[in-house]
Design a protein around this ligand. Structure first.
Ligand SMILES: [Zn+2]
Length: 450
């Protein structure tokens, strides 16, 4: 993506002035201007303040934090390997959560684990507002999957090493760097290792975090996987549905002609897969799982189908769901109309929602995206805006500023047994995260001499 802001005119998206020592005439003048400004209107009070691009990264404490990454890359690698080797399928994250909890506690943060298993380390700010840095704990790999990390050349190889070993290691590293540098933020920073991002976890960890902090929450930064090439600002909406058709069942020979739920499901499916979907907004459907019946010589009493619907526009998802309902109703009717023994039993059908990820978009002029762009500029990175399905879906759908980022380095083969991670360049990714986070968290006002 083309950068639109020249370095000289870059402004930090600082919600309130950073009240660390002002060291340049330019900054002094800027502060003077702010001090003599008339009382702020409610609208202006929430607008980001502007500061020169170097003001954040040049603060001595921020420097210390940035340097910490460069000096402690081995520690970050080691934590990533340790956490990755603790199994954490969705709904079974507790052991890995415990390990994360111990590390965050050793960094001097106030820790608590919420009802559903999210681990939250709190760095109190000087005011009531909150920003969240989150990484999901869970993986798509079932219990029993071999997850010993192998080193192959410069790479670490294991299921889950990047998604989300990298995110978790990044979360811990950023917390440690901030604590080492004794940075006191204006907004409270919550370092959250959350449960339930993958699959049927259905973003339950992030939903609980948002519920708990919603009124004070100003920004959410999600660390998911590796890389520095993208920033997810658009949430891809999806809906997962289960079709269930039931009937009386019977014997394949003696009850032949009774309505058959599998026949009805096949009739419905053939209709549905002919549904036209637009290329733009990109819209997709997938018949992902089908089951039913008990034996080859029985008329089944039940048939089930799981369907995944996605779109860049939620209206298209609603349209697809209503098309699915029409097709199932028509498929069942076809089967009933064609069954010779239709008087001996009736088919019933229903559709249950088994997952839903709402959509949403971060406005391009949001303070959070500005902070990310400035961080990119500082570390010499270029990133493209992306649409994806992540924990950021939940805050974005509620109008809360949120992005998802990779936590540096590079990775591939996500959700496969050959998943890999290469730490080269990780420090740049971590610096990018730290500067973005501090860009939205701001600094506590300095206390005068007492
Ligand atoms: Zn992930």
């Amino acid at each position: 993506m083309k950068r639109r802001i020249a370095t000289k005119t870059l402004k930090w998206a600082e919600p309130l002035p950073p009240l660390l020592p002002v060291r340049t005439v330019k900054q002094l003048l800027l502060c003077a201007i702010l001090l003599v400004m008339p009382i702020r209107s409610p609208v202006l009070a929430n607008r980001p303040r502007s500061f020169s691009s170097s003001s954040l990264a040049d603060q001595p404490q921020v420097r210390t934090a940035l340097d910490w990454f460069t000096k402690n890359l081995k520690w970050v690698d080691d934590e990533q390997v340790k956490l990755t080797e603790i199994p954490a399928p969705s709904f079974q994250e507790a052991k890995r959560a415990e390990a994360v909890r111990d590390i965050l506690a050793s960094e001097g943060l106030a820790i608590h684990t919420d009802k559903i298993g999210n681990v939250i380390g709190e760095l109190p700010g000087s005011d009531e507002e909150v920003v969240v840095l989150a990484a999901h704990l869970d993986t798509v790999f079932p219990a029993g999957t071999e997850i010993k990390v192998r080193r192959e050349g410069g790479r670490l190889v294991a299921p889950g090493i990047s998604d989300n070993g990298t995110g978790l290691a990044g979360l811990l590293a950023v917390a440690r760097a901030i604590q080492t540098a004794k940075i006191k933020p204006r907004r409270t920073i919550l370092f959250a290792a959350n449960v339930g991002e993958e699959g049927e976890g259905n973003l339950r960890g992030m939903r609980a975090l948002i519920d708990a902090y919603r009124t004070k929450l100003r920004a959410v930064i999600v660390l998911d996987g590796s890389g520095t090439d993208h920033v997810t600002t658009k949430a891809l909406a999806s809906r997962r549905l289960e079709v269930l058709i039931t009937g009386p069942g019977g014997h394949s020979w003696s009850d032949f002609g009774m309505p058959n739920p599998i026949n009805a499901l096949v009739r419905a499916s053939v209709r549905f897969i002919n549904t036209k979907v637009p290329a733009a907004p990109r819209t997709t459907f997938n018949l992902g799982q089908i089951e039913g019946g008990t034996s080859v010589n029985s008329i089944p009493y039940e048939a089930k189908l799981k369907v995944d619907l996605r779109s860049e526009n939620e209206d298209e998802i609603a349209r697809l769901e209503s098309s699915l309902r029409d097709c199932v109703a028509a498929g069942v009717k076809d089967e009933m109309d064609n069954a010779r023994e239709r008087n001996r039993g009736k088919l019933e059908w229903k559709i249950n929602q088994i997952g839903s990820r709402p959509g949403g978009e971060l406005p391009p002029d949001s303070p959070l995206l500005t902070a990310l762009r400035l961080a990119d500029e500082y570390v010499g990175n270029q990133s493209r805006v992306e649409r994806s399905s992540t924990d950021a879906n939940i805050p974005l759908s509620l109008g809360i500023e949120a992005i998802a980022l990779g936590a540096g380095g590079s990775g591939g083969g996500a959700h496969s047994l050959q998943e890999w991670y290469e730490p080269a360049g990780r420090d740049m990714g971590l610096k990018r995260v730290l500067l973005t986070l501090l860009g939205v968290a701001g600094f506590a006002p300095e206390k005068g001499p007492s």
